[in-house]
Design a protein around this ligand. Structure first.
Ligand code: ADP
Ligand code: MG
Length: 343
């Protein structure tokens, strides 16, 4: 892997060292989205006092995102953060020329939850799945308590509804999707809840785990210091459901999940929200407990899930991923009990 020349781009020494061979490191990942970034772990070398993660954008838009991540890391680490302080990378520096910002932050211990998630039958095992939700639930509760600000009327559903309507104007699934979002908005409208910091992309690939706890939460590009705490709650639950059928042949049953077959986009989400298995109970309890922690009624869990799907439809970088979420939202029942009674 060739890293852009430091002479041309003014890259930080950690990256320059990787290129010249004076810093030891490895390429951790190369994101697949159209605005990809390369992430290196620099472990030892000239002038390196700690292990750092170096994130190198490959497009101008990726560079803007990486710059935003650097600002977010600085802002968030100014807060006390309590027991989760060490789970958020510390900003080290960011440099670069020719419109490219390279971000250097401290490397955190642990293994991405995506590694165990995709391990053989991990998501078929009740205890393993419950432990994943418990770890993230614990982290999120502390994160939200530590970053809690003023209570405000809940505007999230309204904003998502408007963004979905704006992005998907003319799409055949839009009217039905908006119907779901209108109902969710009605249920959430009168709620008042504190604003907190929001990670903004809290899926299991951005969570690092050691032993029985979250050891790191990375990738703060979409973070905000004062936003709606329900966003992270919904995003984690929905993304955990979405890939349940990833290792199953199309049409086949998903092992460990009675009633779930791999059958088109988002069947795992439908099953996670509406099914009658231990898995669905775990997902619903994660959402309901998160609401309770924030002082909101547990019964709003389904409305939160609907708006969470709408948010992905509104914001996804990838058009197909966005429209698939729109279709999934359009085809979910307005109320969860309607579906469960039909079973
Ligand atoms: N601070 C860090 N500590 C340890 N590993 C990291 C850190 N930052 C990134 N990584 C590793 O690099 C991968 C990609 O980083 P991420 O910030 O999620 O990039 P992307 O925006 O491309 O998803 C992560 O899945 C993780 O394995
Ligand atoms: Mg990531």
């Amino acid at each position: 892997m060739t890293v852009p020349s430091p002479r041309r781009s003014g890259l930080p020494p950690q990256v320059a060292g990787l290129e010249s061979g004076t810093t030891r490191g490895l390429l951790l990942s190369m994101s697949k989205d159209p605005d990809a970034k390369l992430t290196f772990l620099a472990t030892s070398g000239s002038g390196l006092r700690e292990r750092v993660a170096v994130k190198v954008p490959t497009t101008p838009r990726a560079s803007v995102a990486v710059e935003a991540e650097g600002r977010m890391l600085v802002a968030i680490r100014r807060l006390p953060l309590g027991a989760i302080r060490d789970t958020i990378p510390r900003y080290v520096e960011s440099t670069g020329g020719s419109g490219t910002t390279v971000l250097v932050s401290t490397a955190l211990p642990g293994t991405p939850m995506s590694v165990s998630y995709h391990g053989w039958l991990h998501t078929a095992r009740r205890d393993a799945v419950r432990a994943d939700f418990r770890r993230v639930g614990d982290w999120l509760r502390t994160f939200q308590q530590q970053t809690c600000g003023a209570a405000m009327p809940l505007r999230w559903a309204t904003n998502v509804r408007d963004d979905v309507a704006g992005r998907w104007d003319g799409h055949p699934d839009l009217p039905a999707a908006l119907g779901r979002l209108d109902l969710a908005e009605e249920m959430l409208r009168d709620q008042v809840l504190p604003r907190t910091a929001v990670h903004g992309d809290l899926w299991f690939g951005n969570v690092l785990v050691t032993d029985d706890r979250v050891s790191g939460v990375i990738d703060w590009e979409s973070g905000t210091m004062a936003g709606c705490p329900l966003r992270d709650l919904a995003r984690f639950a929905l993304s955990y459901c979405l890939y349940l059928d990833r290792h199953t042949r199309p049409g086949a049953r998903v092992l460990g999940h009675p009633g779930l077959r791999r059958n088109g986009f988002g069947t795992g989400v439908r099953y996670g929200l509406l099914g009658s298995s231990w898995f669905s109970a775990t997902v619903r309890d994660f959402l309901a407990s998160g609401l309770e922690d924030l002082g909101l009624p547990r019964a709003l869990w389904y409305a939160v899930a609907l708006v969470g799907l709408g948010e992905v439809a509104a914001t996804a970088n990838d058009e197909t991923f966005g429209s698939d979420h729109l279709g999934l939202l359009a085809r979910l029942p307005a109320y969860p009990r309607w579906e469960r009674r039909r079973r």
